[in-house]
Design a protein around this ligand. Structure first.
Ligand code: NAP
Length: 483
């Protein structure tokens, strides 16, 4: 057990401990052994954190972009240089293989770098007026106190993707991370503390989601909630925030289709489809949830997939040769099993895997990487987010047909196409109803570009210069002048 995390609530620059009855144990999903315990905050701490963020806002928002940039840049350096240690912590609490965890930490650090660079580039506008007696100016101003709620699947990068642009814009923040993975959040806040972020600018409350969420929703001082998580909780936040006309940014669930055309480089496509499906054990909002393969290459492609899947090694993410770690918790494992059972009951064939997996030492929530064929549209897996290592395959014959199939979803986050034909790549990507399209690319998330979904996958973008927008109000100043 780590001792270091018992004080996990950070308010106004001070680490707080709540009484012992209000603690939560954090487990390693690979072994189900406890790692540490963290404080379980509730309404009182949420109120204090909001008050601290409000108090810190005037001074932080008045700093120049350059001043804010320097702090973000130092945080980037510290995080990047500490990637190995932070990666180990991330693997222990979340389960993903260490190489993926270190990759996530470096990616998370890059959000700090990108927004350190953007901090001094938040421009206004001088608009041409239709009358000579006026001058029209638009200035960007930080929105105020921001509530940031984050999930467990990317416990570092989902935090810096919010904190970095918020801080660059001049906002102050109350952060509520997921209870399965609070340690990565604590480590990020410690970095900000070490690089001299003023007290109250970032506050951390680990604990009761409903109580903390409610405070963020009802407080008039919180001007924006930025949320990454399930569509279900996103809808709840949207409904409840209507009472205060609170601004919202929602990064929600996905159900990504991958389409392999007959003219694809099959070897490359198979490698990328597997990376998209089994990265983070399928627990990625943009991971492939449906695979459509052209009928003329289905057999060859399915064989390539099976050959490669057989080589994937399940295990503890800390072990050097692990490709796939455990699922996050029992509920996640049950959902994956339910999707496989539902599909097989309706005629799907298990081509590989299909069941939970354990050894004597590894009693965590493992599930074999699974490939299903003979899949039909009625199966739950074709509509609901599986969030696990199951790849359902369907054939198609025509381009128009597969576009319709791919768009047949309430979600609209990411879609992937594999083709060597440029005209097809452009034509199809323009017709896919998704916020992100990867062409022969399954890793589209990057600090430089806007990431976000349409339809029930969310509102707003994170990343790129677009990622600053929600943290900045545009104030219009109209000036009458004597000619
Ligand atoms: P979740 O259950 O919606 O939880 C997300 C966060 O919201 C957690 O911190 C959770 O805390 C909190 N929460 C739950 N109920 C709340 C409430 N009433 N008020 C305030 N906060 C509340 O999602 P998850 O299982 O952690 O994450 C997986 C989901 O996130 C998937 O659907 C995935 O697709 C999506 N995701 C989307 C993106 C994207 O960029 N679009 C990125 C990553 C993940 P508790 O756990 O304590 O309830």
């Amino acid at each position: 057990m780590f001792e270091a995390y018992t004080k996990s609530i950070f308010i106004n620059g001070i680490w707080h401990e709540v009484k012992e009855s209000a603690t939560e144990i954090v487990y390693n999903p690979a072994t189900l052994k406890p790692i540490t315990q963290v404080s379980h905050a509730s309404t009182k701490e949420a109120k204090q954190a909001i008050a601290a963020a409000l108090k810190a806002f005037p001074a932080w928002s008045k700093k120049t972009g350059r001043e804010r940039s320097k702090i973000l840049y130092k945080a980037y350096q510290m995080m990047y240089e500490d990637a190995e240690r932070l990666g180990k912590i991330l693997t222990m609490e979340q389960g993903k293989p260490l190489k993926e965890a270190i990759g996530e930490i470096k990616g998370a650090a890059h959000f700090l770098l990108w927004y350190a660079e953007e901090a001094s580039r938040s421009y206004g506008e001088w608009l041409p007026s239709s009358v000579t007696s006026k001058r029209l100016i638009v200035i960007p101003q930080p929105i105020g106190v921001v509530g940031a709620i984050t999930p467990w699947n990317f416990p570092s990068s989902m935090i810096t993707r919010k904190l970095a642009p918020a801080l660059a814009a001049g906002c102050t923040v109350v952060l509520k991370p997921a209870p399965d993975t609070p340690l990565s959040a604590i480590e990020i806040v410690k970095i900000f503390e070490r690089v001299g972020l003023p007290s109250g600018v970032v506050n951390l409350v680990t604990g009761d989601a409903t109580a903390i969420g409610k405070e963020l929703l009802i407080s008039k001082d919180v001007r924006l909630i930025t949320f990454t998580g399930s569509t279900e909780v996103g809808k709840y936040l949207m409904k409840e925030s209507a009472n205060h006309v609170k601004k919202l940014s929602l990064e929600l669930g996905g159900h990504a289709p991958s389409i392999v055309f007959a003219d694809a480089d099959l070897e490359k496509a198979a490698k990328l489809v597997l990376a998209s499906k089994f990265r983070n054990n399928g627990q990625t909002c943009i991971c492939t949830n449906r695979l459509f393969v052209h009928e003329s290459v289905m057999n060859d492609f399915a064989n390539l997939l099976k050959e490669k899947v057989q080589k994937l090694k399940l295990g503890d993410g800390l072990a050097a040769n692990t490709d796939i770690g455990p699922l996050i918790n029992e509920q996640a494992c049950k959902k994956v099993q339910f999707h496989v059972e539902d599909a097989t009951k309706q005629g799907a064939i298990i081509e590989h895997g299909g069941k939970p997996w354990n050894t004597e030492e590894l009693s965590g929530y493992y599930f074999e990487p699974t490939i299903l064929s003979n899949v039909s549209n009625e199966m739950k897996i074709m509509h609901e987010e599986t969030f696990g290592p199951v790849l359902p395959l369907q054939v198609f014959s025509e381009e128009a047909e597969v576009i319709d199939k791919a768009n047949n979803s309430d979600y609209g986050l990411a879609a992937y196409i594999f083709t060597e034909n440029t005209s097809r790549a452009i034509r199809v990507s323009e017709q896919l109803d998704y916020g992100i399209v990867g062409i022969n690319d399954v890793f589209p998330a990057t600090p430089e570009a806007p990431f976000g979904g349409i339809k029930q996958s969310g509102l707003g973008k994170e990343g790129g210069h677009h990622g600053m927008d929600k943290f900045l109000e545009k104030k219009f100043i109209s000036i009458g002048i004597d000619n």
